[in-house]
Design a protein. Sequence first.
Length: 328
Amino acid sequence: MLKEKQALSDTMFKAKKLEEKRKKELAKKQKEMEKLKKKQEKERLKKVEEFKKKAEENKKAAEAAGAPTSEEKKEAAPAAAGGPVDQAAVDACGNEIRLLKEKLKGEGLSGKKINDHPEIKALVEKLSKLKAGEAVAGGGAPAVSAADKAAEDRKKQLKKVVKEGGKRGVEIEGAADMGGLQYFCTSIDEPQGDLEFVEKSMEAMNAKSDPTEEERKGGSGAIGKMIFSAGDDQLAICAYVPSDKTDANQADVWLKHVIGIIGGVFVKGDKGLAIGKVLTDSNKGIFPLKLKEPGITEAITYLKKKGLFPDADDDDDDYVFGDDDFPS
């Protein structure tokens, strides 16, 4: 019992000592922080005084050189103004600046680099003159045309299309290997119903995969596919059949069957690759998003009838792939 009391007493003594040590260290840190704050405040006040002194010296130097005072500038301002302000020209110039900044931003420039760009500076100067009512003889940089901007936007979107297609190609290759599939039907997002983009997406899916790349892309060129992409104006469809499978199935015949069922137009193609579309018609209740899944189902049904796709009744339901089978 005596030993237990002694052990408890020793423990309490050690705890007390530790607490005293902690308090001393805390007090020391607080003093150091106060000292640092005082030093920083002293440096700040010193810089403020230096700034004021320099500003006063600059003012005196300007006055000695005969520069106009602020009051003189205010009085001179109305005299500098020219005729009436052409608001249409001001708005047009402002729009030129906005479009050019968007273009430069798309080229990788930002912040100060955009503002310091010679074309931007020239347009800003032109805008200032227009606001002052001064005559401007076609100065400044050429405006970024709507066609140029549209081309730039399309170029950016194409990168997204190719990236999505390459990623989807790897997923299709893996899913087909696991299921022993020769064909695959699914939907894609980035082409947004554009016929050229849906074809580029198929190319990215079929591109030969480079095993040395950190992120694999493509690799599904040996698998027949029909892909669907919905946009506001139309549903774009692309069918592909590898050359070693065209004896049993042809892309153009396959696609014509599908668009014949869901109501569409055959655009171009042959036995290897074919493109089609279904146009939006709100009066008839035809909308791309509504037709996408029926199109996928009909494409698979056609393959099943030819014995080229496993029948879900004989196996399972995992062979029909739609929007929910691939993460975005």
